[in-house]
Design a protein around this ligand. Structure first.
Ligand code: ZN
Length: 342
């Protein structure tokens, strides 16, 4: 359940309990609101508290001589039975109150409204993103720090769509370095990236380590990926990232695109732990950093959903790599390596 709905659930349950006191006076064993009733209630509580020693129900024993003629034992047994019955009834009343709070039409309506409002906010954010995506480079504040979150090895719709949702909610963008052969089976997601102003980028066609290939194969891996992405979403990538970051002179001479690496490695692929990914970024990143994550893992989506609001609240603008280069005034050249910008 989402956060807002959860808050309302808790509030609703509390309200239900408040509006429906577990015990009205009339529900106590004994007469409602009378002196006898109150004394009776006190007596039952004492016995119910489990003091088993003979003389203790004390006050009660001495003030009810008549009853004690039958023997303290049988009276106490009866009191304990009463107390147990009362406890059962109390438990049932609490359970009923909870059931009623959850089943209350007003409560359910509030839940539905909260869910609808949340969906509406997300739809509006996504629509705004789409409207703003016409120019790939957004208008940003060049005086405020910028960092580029980047996601490799996708597309992977189950993760990428969550990343885009939270980015849109907080006005951020990021770059997806994608493996060409995966693109056709996640076509709608890749089209969404373009529609909403995210950067689509090249991570080779088959995730080959290019330092193990000859010149022709290197070119083929890069070109095939660009062709695939362009055929699915209409945009040809302008940036590439080397699988494993593996490079040599042949790679750099033949890759034909700027090579974007990173300077903050979250190791999300290794830990698959959201908190670990978050800890590797928060409090450590600075203006111009490029952060490496991977689109394949739900833990990375979890981390992103917490990182994005935190980074934005710290004053960072979350930008694509192309936006970062644009605002820092750094030209991106084919065959050149960039770990951060500048
Ligand atoms: Zn990779």
């Amino acid at each position: 359940m989402r956060r807002i709905a959860k808050t309302i659930l808790v509030a609703g349950v509390l309200a239900g309990l408040t509006l429906q006191p577990v015990y009205g006076a009339g529900q106590f064993p004994g007469a409602a609101g009378t002196e006898t009733g109150r004394r009776e209630a006190t007596r039952v509580i004492r016995v119910g508290d489990g003091d088993g020693s003979g003389g203790s129900g004390g006050q009660e024993a001495s003030s009810s001589q008549g009853a004690s003629q039958d023997g303290n034992g049988s009276q106490r047994a009866g009191d304990i039975t009463d107390a147990v019955a009362w406890a059962d009834q109390a438990a049932q009343t609490v359970a009923d109150a909870l059931d009623q709070a959850v089943m209350d039409p007003a409560f359910q309506e509030a839940m539905a409204q909260a869910a609808a409002a949340e969906a509406e906010a997300l739809a509006a954010a996504n629509a705004a993103a789409q409207a703003a995506a016409a120019g790939a480079i957004r208008e940003l504040d060049p005086t405020k720090p910028m960092i580029a979150l980047t996601y490799d090895d996708g597309p992977q719709s189950s993760v990428g769509n969550r990343i885009m949702d939270v980015m849109n909610l907080y006005g951020g963008k990021c770059t997806f370095f994608m493996v060409g052969e995966r693109v056709p089976s996640h076509a709608a997601e890749v089209q969404r990236m373009v529609n909403e102003g995210f950067e689509v980028a090249n991570h080779t066609q088959d995730h080959k380590y290019l330092n193990r290939l000859g010149a022709a194969e290197i070119r083929s891996q890069v070109e095939a990926c660009n062709n695939t992405i362009q055929s699915v979403c209409g945009v040809r990538p302008t940036l590439m990232r080397l699988p494993g970051g593996n490079k040599n002179a042949t790679v750099l001479a033949n890759v034909g695109m700027p090579v974007i690496l990173w300077n903050v490695d979250t190791l999300d692929w290794k830990t698959r732990n959201a908190q670990s990914t978050i800890s590797s970024v928060l409090g450590k990143v600075k203006d111009g950093d490029i952060i490496l994550m991977h689109e394949l893992y739900s833990a990375t989506a979890d981390a992103t959903e917490r990182l994005v609001p935190a980074l934005v609240s710290q004053g960072f603008q979350l930008v694509t790599v192309s936006e970062l280069a644009h605002y820092k005034g750094i030209p991106l050249n084919a065959g050149q390596i960039y770990n951060r910008i500048p």
